[in-house]
Write a protein that binds this ligand. Sequence first.
Ligand code: PEP
Length: 253
Amino acid sequence: MKQIVIAANWKMNTNLNEAIDLVTSLKKLLSSSVKATTIICPPFVYLPEINSILKDSNIYVGAQNMYFEEKGAFTGEISPSMVANFCKFVILGHSERRSIFGESNELINKKVHAALVNDLTPILCVGESQKEREEGLAEKIIHEQLTVGLNQIDNIENVQIAYEPVWAIGTGIAATPELANEIMDGTIKSTLKSLYNDEQVERVPLLYGGSVNSDNIEEYVSMPGINGALVGGASLKSEEFSLIVTKAESVIH
Ligand code: PEP
């Protein structure tokens, strides 16, 4: 059976009450959803509250980022073990972390190592900018993000990869399912297969991200190389997000 994963990236949105309402509503709406792995990634400060609401549910909690060091003089940062108290997953290398906060592939690789050591499943984000696509560099950029981001990582089956073309994030201009599949089933899978054996690679969930909503989700998960989605804007409304999950599940036979 095809693995389906739908992850919500709330980014820096919601106040505490809105976060509690959103997740309480999702817990109800998705109580009978069993086929997809659903992950909610709220802002750090809400993790304890969200984790306690979702403790007895079928929804997992994830963080949007973390630092790689375990402790020390890193003002403002959160360590992997701090995150692991509340989460099973962590988004790493999101394009906003790369472009706004200057995160390099090398730094992201350290975070991937640290996540795995702490039993967190990293959702490693890759994807090209508009300019890189126009210059014909998309495949090269993605190959580099993967090979450096996964440097010295053996247990790839404990990692998830999200392909998020930067030009599709928050713009309403989603990549066509065909284009997403071409990169995911093509570039991403062939890069992974150059680093790991086929059996390992087939176990890695590949998520598409970029303007996913309840109208287009089925087209993505129907593609052979796409296992699910990382959802930003459309994850902030409980009905819309639960529809995304249930529609994604409907493609599993
Ligand atoms: C994201 O932030 O990872 C994302 C894909 O955002 P959106 O769904 O809003 O494009």
